[in-house]
Design a protein around this ligand. Structure first.
Ligand code: NAD
Length: 428
């Protein structure tokens, strides 16, 4: 199995670069391969807007606490801004800008009519009661009200936020606007306009892209061994689908470590994070492995689907898999990416593989706008169609430019965004 060489980049990746630095470096790396106006690249280095807001709430003990919230809107040339809102103590302006830029590429590689954004509040959500979280979310919705909306900017859940958070946000926005507006956020429960299949979608898209990559590299799925780190929404759904399609899922893990059976695990019998948090190790298996060991197991396919930055300069040389599919966001550091490319181990990037989440968010937005819900079968069929189209676009770019899968995905995305800018022109 081989993958084309990575293009030479003007800057060498640094193991400790920030999300914004990585996003900008990847932008330039992709731009080097296409005929693009440098002025457009310069515009794309910067967000269109970054909103910083103060979010005061009354704590349960009657005191008032003030938090800082952000919404970085990167680019909207192809449609309304789209991206998550996270509640995490380390949320910063620059992180939101970098992650917002990634959302621009993720939506563009899927050819969705959305731009990219990211936001959040610098807060530890575990230190808040449910009532405090609700007050925080409603006040944040009010602070963002002028800049969000179904045709402006559509937030979604991210770290520390969930479907309930989105319901509060939707309710607060709707009450102030005087009309029920489900299309202002995605990732809601179906009862208030959420989509069937939304929770499973990122894992499903990881499974679809893995299946296509297995086929591309002339492997037989029935003889393909797979190791998956993380057994949550992404990891467990991907594992079960690949298992159903005939792959041999030999190792899975959660934060406490993993289990390993060369004969294959019964993925449906292992509880996912949502069914029984951290229950993987409770399942009977011939061997246990640490999370570090899992990443270097001798398998055909490795799917890191837990957290970011797990494949690094220190372990990339020890990876034994023939193919890596990124289930998590940013599991491969830039330095590891270079090492893996030098070792001819293809890495199918997150912006393609786990884009099922934002794709079904797009379906949710369509359903909200049309006031008509789709069946689970329809959602899954349309997701399959969108994933296959995006896979084919990126695959063609790999062949046309002799580049890595990551660079190819960025080329597809950047070409679309740049063409839209070129066509619309600069106002005024
Ligand atoms: P989740 O909370 O449902 O599950 C996370 C899993 O990873 C759990 O099994 C947990 O035990 C495990 N885990 C946590 N820390 C770990 C560690 N240090 N080492 C090994 N395992 C660890 O999360 P999720 O929604 O499946 O998200 C996983 C990744 O996928 C994240 O990077 C997320 O940003 C990304 N992602 C999620 C979605 C989505 O909509 N759920 C969409 C796209 C990308």
């Amino acid at each position: 199995m081989s993958t084309p060489a990575t293009p030479s980049s003007d800057t060498q990746p640094d193991e400790h670069e920030t999300a914004l630095e990585t996003a900008r470096r990847q932008l330039h790396q992709a731009a080097a391969h296409i005929d693009i106006d440098p002025d457009i690249v310069e515009r794309l280095e910067h967000p269109k807007n970054v909103h910083e807001v103060t979010v005061p709430i009354e704590r349960d003990d009657g005191s008032v606490e003030v938090f800082t919230g952000y919404r970085a809107q990167h680019d909207s040339v192809r449609g309304p801004f789209k991206g998550g809102l996270r509640y995490h103590p380390e949320v910063t302006r620059d992180e939101c800008v970098g992650l917002g830029m990634w959302m621009t590429w993720k939506c563009a590689v899927m050819d969705l009519p959305f731009g990219g954004a990211k936001g959040g509040i610098a807060v530890n959500p575990k230190a808040l009661s449910d009532a405090e979280k609700e007050r925080l979310t409603r006040r944040f919705a009010e602070e963002l009200r002028d800049i969000i909306g179904p045709n402006r900017d559509i937030p979604a859940p991210d770290m520390g936020t969930d479907p309930q958070t989105m319901s509060w946000l939707m309710d607060a926005y709707s009450m102030q606007e005087g009309e029920t507006t489900p299309g202002v956020v995605t990732g809601k429960p179906p009862i208030v306009g959420g989509s069937e299949g939304r929770n499973e979608a990122p894992g499903r898209s990881v499974a679809i892209i893995t299946r296509e990559a297995i086929d591309y590299y002339d492997l037989d799925i029935h003889e393909t061994s797979v190791a998956i780190q993380g057994y949550g929404s992404v990891g467990a759904n991907a594992a079960r689908l690949l298992d159903d399609w005939g792959a041999n899922v030999v190792a899975v893990s959660d934060v406490n470590g993993g289990i390993y059976d060369t004969n294959g695990l019964d993925t449906h019998a292992i509880p996912s994070h949502h069914e029984e948090p951290e229950g993987v190790r409770g399942h009977d298996a011939p061997r246990t492995v640490s999370n570090d060991e899992l990443l270097t197991l001798d398998v055909d396919v490795l799917i890191p689907a837990a957290i970011g930055n797990v494949l690094t300069q220190s372990n990339a040389d020890a990876v034994s898999a023939d193919l890596i599919v990124e289930g998590a966001n940013g599991p491969t550091t830039s330095a590891a990416d270079t090492i893996l490319t030098d070792r001819s181990i293809p890495v199918i990037p997150d912006i393609l593989a786990n884009a099922g989440g934002v794709t079904v968010s797009y379906f949710e937005w369509l359903q909200d706008i049309n006031r008509r819900s789709w069946s689970l079968e329809r959602v899954n069929e349309e997701l399959e169609t969108e994933m296959l189209a995006a896979w084919a676009d990126v695959r063609d770019e790999v062949a046309a430019h002799d580049v890595s899968w990551r660079t190819a995905a960025y080329i597809v995305a950047l070409s679309r965004v740049a063409d839209a800018h070129e066509t619309r022109g600069l106002w005024p």
